[in-house]
Design a protein around this ligand. Sequence first.
Ligand SMILES: Nc1nc2c(ncn2[C@@H]2O[C@H](COP(=O)(O)OP(=O)(O)OP(=O)(O)O)[C@@H](O)[C@H]2O)c(=O)[nH]1
Ligand SMILES: [Mg+2]
Length: 293
Amino acid sequence: MKHRCGTVALVGRPNTGKSSLLNRLVGEKLSIVSARPQTTRHLVTGIVTKPDCQYVFVDAPGNPPKLKNVLQKALNRRVGEAASQADVVLFVVEALRFGPEDTAALARIPEGQKIVAVVNKVDVVKRHADLIPYLERLNATRDFVAVVPVSAHTGRNLPALLRAVAEALPAGPAAYPEDQLTDKDERFFAAELLREKLFQTLGEELPYRCEVLIDSFKEEGRLRRIEASILVERDSQKAIVLGKGGERLKQMATAARKDMERLFNGKVYLGVWVKVRRAWTDDARVLRQLGYE
Ligand SMILES: Nc1nc2c(ncn2[C@@H]2O[C@H](COP(=O)(O)OP(=O)(O)OP(=O)(O)O)[C@@H](O)[C@H]2O)c(=O)[nH]1
Ligand SMILES: [Mg+2]
């Protein structure tokens, strides 16, 4: 077989496990994961290099179901960009579930794109007999290159998924060195790992009102000294992020620092401040500063 190489976008409604899949395929936690929908906001690249194929996976935000603010419009543009520019699109759904949000996400993938339907979370399916009619119905919704049931949690069937994707990728040499896992830098992952803790810790609407900015990132010998700000929209939100005596912020910062030390393979000092920036989710100028345009 000829060597193949290409980009593979992961798209679908929020919370189907796109980021979990990317991490499992690459074998590193590159894309943040939470039980809440709309965790991912950036296009996160994860590169998998096999002897006969290099896969450049791009994890995209889940298609926001309702566009409420400028941030969600920017996220939606990102999904469109990822889906139209990729060589292959992985349309990720959750086993035994297919609702209006899935239909809408599928409809946004441009006509003529090569699509592999990925049925994730098969580890939670109790009766396997239920899966067969589900797969048949899914297969009838569009002309897919393949329909592959998998589990990001157990790793089930991921080799079959990689094979199906390789067949749909164009022939060509590897685009990246074989030991390169991503094209994002440490600064990006520092911000994301802290944002993940906000998503995992804070309840209700608050995670959607928060953003993380890295104010400074310095390497001092083997130590990385990182200063970060958490942006919120109101004073009351700042109080919740801080928690009693700053305890909640301290716990989130400690968890984020440990993840950074694991990913960067070295010691990290992390200083975090919480700042109020009114209506940043609806302010195109602030969003541009944050890199959303
Ligand atoms: N049981 C099970 N749960 C999974 C699996 N994959 C992901 N999850 C869970 O599903 C939830 C959402 O996972 P994410 O990877 O953040 O999903 P996503 O599609 O990237 O979500 P958005 O970025 O919000 O669009 C998390 O609670 C994961 O632990 C799986 O294979 N099996
Ligand atoms: Mg995600």
